[in-house]
Write a protein of this length. Structure first.
Length: 256
């Protein structure tokens, strides 16, 4: 493949990956506790270009090296920005936000198995059995397992203690990680940890009747989308130009 055509095609693929991440961020701009993603772009290794079959014009050996050339960039990985979003007061008894680092521990099903996952989305509710749940129907965990909320006036302290009419019920299980970059998005605004994930004590506070908004800035993402779209169109035009040049070269050679 022509080197310029190859580089332009890679550029189109890179911009398509960028566009996927940006559109997903924009789609979740109003999703409570959502954390935006960012592409990490890396350059391909440079290749050395050489001359071949140059005639020797003297006894001195001519350097056949022309120079190095890059084949463009590619998306190496997608990282999550775990910076805290803005807090919004709701007045809801079971709306909770984490001020600082950390995640609510959630019980859910994964391939038929009961597993623990993590979220920053604290817009909780209670089911018909008075169990504290996420809006997707997963169980919120306390230090004693699933949390059952008795009847009464419910208050939740800054350290996560749950009280009903001033009687202690349970304490929210809040998990923090030294290396949050190892967490993997699962769906339903949940995260999986992996073997390399290292837990650490929670040092933040819990805010009752508040929720954490998404950390996506819609205006910034729209600006990025426009820039990416223009870059994609530029690479597309370059591919079309290379294709036209190659077509003309083949046709002209064929005529001769």
């Amino acid at each position: 493949m022509n080197r310029g055509l190859y580089t332009s095609a890679i550029g189109m693929m890179t911009q398509m990956n960028n566009l996927d991440v940006i559109t997903n961020n924009i789609a979740n701009v109003d999703n409570t506790g959502f954390k935006k993603d960012m592409n990490v772009v890396q350059s391909f290794s440079e290749e050395l270009m050489k001359r071949f079959n140059d005639p020797e014009e003297s006894l001195v050996k001519v350097d056949n090296n022309i120079g190095s050339v890059s084949l463009g960039n590619f998306v190496a990985e997608v990282n999550t920005d775990f910076s805290t979003g803005s807090m919004k007061k709701t007045g809801g008894t079971y709306d909770l936000a984490i001020n600082g680092d950390g995640f609510f521990a959630i019980e859910t099903m994964d391939n038929g198995n009961i597993v623990e996952k993590y979220t920053r989305d604290g817009s909780f509710t209670v089911n018909s059995n008075n169990e504290l749940m996420t809006k997707e129907g997963n169980y919120v965990l306390g230090e004693n397992g699933r949390i059952v909320i008795p009847n009464g006036k419910i208050t939740i302290s800054e350290n996560g203690n749950i009280y009903s009419n001033n009687e202690f019920v349970d304490k929210l299980k809040i998990v923090d990680f030294e290396n949050k970059e190892t967490l993997r998005k699962y769906g339903d605004n949940l995260y999986n940890k992996i073997d390399e994930s290292v837990e650490k004590p929670f040092t933040g506070t819990i805010l009752q009747s508040q929720i954490e908004m998404s950390n996506v800035n819609a205006v910034q993402e729209m600006v990025k989308m426009i820039a990416v779209s223009r870059a994609y169109e530029l690479n597309q035009k370059m591919v079309q130009s290379h294709d036209a040049i190659l077509g003309r070269a083949v046709n002209d050679i064929a005529k001769k």
